[in-house]
Structure formats: structure tokens, C-alpha cells
Write a protein that binds this ligand. Structure first.
Ligand code: PMP
Length: 436
């Protein structure tokens, strides 16, 4: 080789040694020196595809970086005051085990179900909704893979590009890019103690709708009054304004039920009502539902079919058994009581440690306390300090720019004793920040 390529023998030897040390070639005694197999595949491959053009395309814009950070860190051992889920210690093991046993005992196949969902589940939900005075037939219900998918189906199945979606300013929707696939505009409306200022929605020929979380709103925990609900419905009927009512936390009241859902007062078929099993039972089931006029359910079922052929059969069978179980109402009462206790303990911790630094409102249901930090405290800095101490909370800015002094704390996930300890740590971090 040295002669053929007219190079010095020692140069060739050191080159061979280097290639060998990098694993590009391999030598066996008596077998000579060979190019390693993975080197061949590397040599034969074309230049790597530049995926960037693809990862920066598509219908979805990325989640906000802060949300991405929180999502990543939620898989670690961090203390999660950010998490909108029930604590694992509240999981109804017995109820779920019984439901799963019943399901597997009766299971004969796991084929596709109709895209609108398991009929028995829709019957069970129609029955369940009666307690909220929502009187519907199973045909008015579509089962979705979580209520997040319901929002997705609505946006790709019902909206035109550029539709305007009015929300409470601040809202869960601002933390999601869910309506981005139709390039819609989110417009936040102010709200007071009674609820959203719907009358500020301008008259328009363009497509527009209102998304609202009337009971135990995410992130504020606020409840829309009965009067505001009635007035909103009158306005919506007059304006032909569709309303998406997100009832995710509705069942989780502490002392008394919230006012009746918009859907139960909806005489003009203006409301698309969204429910979910995620907050009162188990988000891992990935089950939600849309209640609406049959034409809407048919259209969205067709879109659902094209999206994923329907929600998981196993999950639907399981939820049906849970809803049919005589132990279910007791479980729900118990969860309400547990959340109420957790909330009380969380408020005591805040009172003890954060009184001079923040203000907050006492929630009457749901998972969250919406806290306003004093102006001299940087929420952004506190968020990063907290991450340094392995603590997660949701800074208000993810729900909208006007909420930069706010933070959302969930008392549903973290055990009360840890919650208290963590609030004490946050107090230390605030003190540190104010001293420097
Ligand atoms: N709506 C609200 C108000 C929520 O807080 C959440 C979950 N954080 C959802 C919808 C979506 O829940 P899921 O898709 O699990 O039903």
C-alpha cells in the first residue's frame, strides 16, 4: 500500500493505529485488517437528512418553552405544585381493580368501537349528567380521548382558519396551542367575581365562539355566578354565538355544588359541553366527552374516525364499569372531602409562610390556588430558583401576559406535609431574592 500510494511506511502505520483506535478498522490475528461493518454503513450512507425543515413545519407550533420545561421536569422527583392531577395516594385502587376485573372477565374481543364511543358508556354518562340537570340522549354524546382531544376535534372539525376564540383572560387555553391548527385568534376577556365579561364580544360576521370554564376555572379557581350564566346564555342565543363549556373541575366542589352548568340552562342549543374523567378519576384513562346537538356529534365522530378510529375500547369499558359501580358516588364524595382538606392545609401553609409576600383567594372547589406575589418579587427568578431546589409551580405568564405576578399552585397532587414544607422553602427563596 505504501508503495502503491507513494507514502511513507511509518505514516501508514500510524494512520492505521489511529483508525484502529477509533474503531474504523479492526484487526484479528491471522484474519488481516478489515474495515468495521458500521464504518461501511457510515461510508455508504448519504449525508444525514436535515430534519430541521420538517421539525419546524407542520400545523402545530411548539408549546411555550416554560411549559416544555415543566413537562420535562414533571417526570423527575421534583416536588410538583404544578401538577393538575390527583395524588397517587388518592387513586381508588379497589374501585378500579373491580372495574378492570369485571371488564376482563366479560371481554370477548377488543375490536374497534363506533367512533362516537361505546354505547353503554354514553348511556352511563347520560345518566350521570342528569344530576346536573343535563337531559341528553346517548346520541348527543361523543367519547373523546380526553377533553383536550375534544378541543382539537372542535378546532379541526368545526372552525374556519382565522376564527376568533374568546376566553377568560386568563385561561387554560393560553397554556395550550390547541387551536393553532386552524390558525385561530385567542382573545382574552376580562372577568370579575361573577364571571367573564361576555358583553365585550363584538358583533361580527366572522366565525367566533366563546370558550369558558365556568366552575373552578383553571388557573384562577373562580366560579361563574348563576346570574352571569343566565345572562351569557341569553346573549349567546341572540348573537348565535357557540359556547364551549369546559366542565373539567365541576364535580370537585368542597362545601356546596357550583351553579348549574350552562348546558343544563341551554334552551337554544348554543353550548358544546366538555367533560372528562381526568380530574375526578384518572387522566391515564384518556377519556373525555362532548355533549352537543346530534349534527355536531355526527360531524365530530367522522373527524374522530379519521383521527384515531375512536377512543380506547379498554378504557371505555373500564370507565363504564366505574360509573355503574355502586361504590362510585361514595368515591366521589370522598375525593371532594380529601381535596377540601388538602386545600385547607394548603391555605394554612400559605397563611403561615407567604402572608407578607403574596395574596390569594380561597378556592371553593377544584385543584388550584391562584396567588399574586408582591410587585418587588420576580416570579421568573423565583421559578428558576425553585427549579434549583427541585420545586415546580406554574408561573402565571403561561396563562397570559397580564398574569406575570401570579403563580398557580396545585394542592391536589402533593401530599399536604410536603406541600407545607415546600411553601416554607419558597418563603426562603423569596427572602433570598429580596436580600440580593
Ligand atoms: N380542560 C381543563 C380546564 C383542564 O385543566 C384540563 C387538564 N389540565 C383539560 C381540559 C384536559 O384534560 P384531559 O384531556 O385530560 O381531559
Amino acid at each position: 500500500l505504501a508503495q502503491q500510494f507513494n507514502v511513507n511506511r511509518s505514516t501508514l502505520a500510524s494512520a492505521t493505529a489511529i483508525l484502529h483506535s477509533y474503531g474504523v478498522i479492526s484487526a484479528t490475528t491471522g484474519g488481516g485488517t478489515k474495515i468495521s461493518s458500521n464504518t461501511w454503513s457510515l461510508l455508504m450512507s448519504r449525508p444525514a437528512l436535515n430534519w430541521h425543515n420538517y421539525t419546524s413545519s407542520g400545523q402545530f407550533v411548539p408549546n411555550q418553552p416554560t411549559i416544555q420545561t415543566i413537562n420535562q421536569l414533571e417526570t423527575t422527583d421534583f416536588t410538583r405544585l404544578s401538577t393538575g392531577e390527583l395524588a397517587p395516594s388518592l387513586f381508588p385502587k379497589k374501585l378500579m381493580r373491580q372495574a378492570l376485573t369485571d371488564v376482563t372477565t366479560e371481554l370477548n374481543s377488543l375490536n374497534y368501537l363506533p367512533p362516537e364511543g361505546l354505547y353503554e358508556l354514553r348511556v352511563a354518562l347520560a345518566e350521570y349528567l342528569k344530576q346536573w340537570q343535563i337531559k341528553v340522549n346517548p346520541e348527543n354524546i361523543l367519547i373523546t380521548s380526553g377533553s383536550l382531544q375534544a378541543l382539537q376535534l372542535i378546532s379541526v372539525g368545526l372552525l374556519t382558519h382565522g376564527a376568533t376564540i374568546f376566553t377568560e383572560k386568563v385561561s387554560y387555553l393560553n397554556s395550550l396551542e390547541v387551536f393553532q391548527s386552524v390558525k385561530s385568534h385567542l382573545v382574552g376577556l376580562p372577568f370579575d367575581n361573577e364571571g367573564v365579561a361576555f358583553w365585550q364580544i363584538p358583533q361580527s360576521n366572522a366565525q367566533q365562539l366563546l370558550y369558558t370554564i365556568p366552575s373552578y376555572q383553571n388557573p384562577t379557581g373562580l366560579v361563574m355566578s348563576l346570574k352571569r350564566r343566565q345572562d351569557l346564555l341569553t346573549f349567546a342565543a341572540k348573537r348565535h354565538l357557540p359556547i364551549i363549556e369546559d366542565s373539567a373541575y365541576q364535580d370537585l366542589w368542597f362545601a356546596k355544588r357550583p351553579p348549574l352548568p350552562l348546558k343544563s340552562l341551554d334552551t337554544h342549543q348554543t353550548v358544546l359541553y366538555l367533560g372528562t374523567a381526568s380530574k375526578f378519576l384518572a387522566p391515564g384513562l384518556r377519556l373525555g366527552w362532548i355533549v352537543g346537538p346530534q349534527a355536531i356529534i355526527r360531524r365530530l365522530s367522522d373527524v374522530k374516525m379519521q383521527t384515531d378510529y375512536g377512543a380506547s375500547s379498554l378504557a371505555q369499558l373500564t370507565l363504564t364499569k366505574v360509573l355503574q359501580s355502586s361504590a362510585f358516588p361514595t368515591y366521589l364524595n370522598d375525593i371532594r372531602e380529601q381535596l377540601k382538606q388538602r386545600c385547607l392545609l394548603a391555605l394554612t401553609a400559605l397563611q403561615d409562610y407567604l402572608t407578607p409576600y403574596a395574596t390569594w383567594r380561597k378556592p371553593t372547589g377544584g385543584f388550584y390556588i391562584w396567588l399574586q406575589l408582591n410587585a418587588e418579587i420576580s416570579v421568573n427568578q423565583l421559578f428558576h430558583q425553585a427549579i434549583g431546589s427541585e420545586i415546580l409551580f406554574n408561573p402565571g405568564k403561561v396563562y397570559g401576559n397580564q398574569a406575570t405576578q401570579m403563580i398557580r399552585l396545585s394542592f391536589a397532587y402533593t401530599e399536604p406535609i410536603i406541600f407545607r414544607k415546600t411553601i416554607c422553602q419558597l418563603q426562603q427563596l423569596i427572602k433570598q431574592q429580596l436580600e440580593t
